[in-house]
Write a protein of this length. Sequence first.
Length: 314
Amino acid sequence: MNRPVDPALVLRPRLPSPLEEIRDERFTRYGVALLLKRDDLIHPDLPGNKWRKLAPNLRAAAGRTVLTFGGAYSNHLRATAAAGRLLGFPTIGVVRGDELAHRPLNPSLARCAEDGMRLHFVDRAAYRAKGSPEVLDGLLDLFGDCAVVPEGGSNAAAARGCAELGRELSGQTGRAGQAAGTVAVACGTGGTLAGLAAGLGSGQRALGIPVLRGGFLGDAVRGLQREAFGGPAGRWSLDERFHFGGYARTTPELHAFAEDFEDRHGLPVERLYVAKLLYALTTLAAEGAFAPGSAVAAVITGRPGPLQDPSVSR
């Protein structure tokens, strides 16, 4: 067994992450200040909610092999593999789609493999049942003693880790000394939103923008808060309108929006999560969702890179 290490001591994350105020007339015309919570700057290999969710799980793993789950272009798999390389523990990635085992690795999975992750491909039915005792027992029989981290890293430990994000935002303000009344984040599995809401101050609320279809995320967030905090924690809501067709799907309209935002503000915009979040906030501002004189913060959870799925517009 590898000797356990404290991820924070070795990786030296940039915490608290900066809070930047930008002037964007799509908000200022309504008297709303836009703040960017730059979690993408926490660490080059474990940015944003990947750090906040993984760090407590890695401490709990205490140097054991970490087994986790993801799709062919999973940011979570890449972050876990990078953490294993940097901290010196073995990693196993259970990948959705057994047909991928007979194809050349895409750039994302190739990066995982280069970082030392052992890739195990399973069929989609088994992947859907990945939380069942039968599937988990089979994986542990195959790989031995492992610390199992769920897809996206979202569990009670992750939610408690993301509560620190809310606590940071309860004490940070923009240039005008204004705290964000609404803090918005793009959501995949719900762990970040569950913790964020729990950590915010009493006058703040969290807004989740799901990037998947299906309407299941509310139950997931409530379940995570029960596990992490014993029950509901903080004020939060979801707006399900901005998934653009579902996970890993975009449209020409979304790409055009992201390119325009990049041109306006010099901020590289990740397309699968961050672009959908920022698009949602501009739409909500125009709809009058934020009171004049208020501030809204967008949590920038990641950044674009060469490993993004080239078929995201499918």
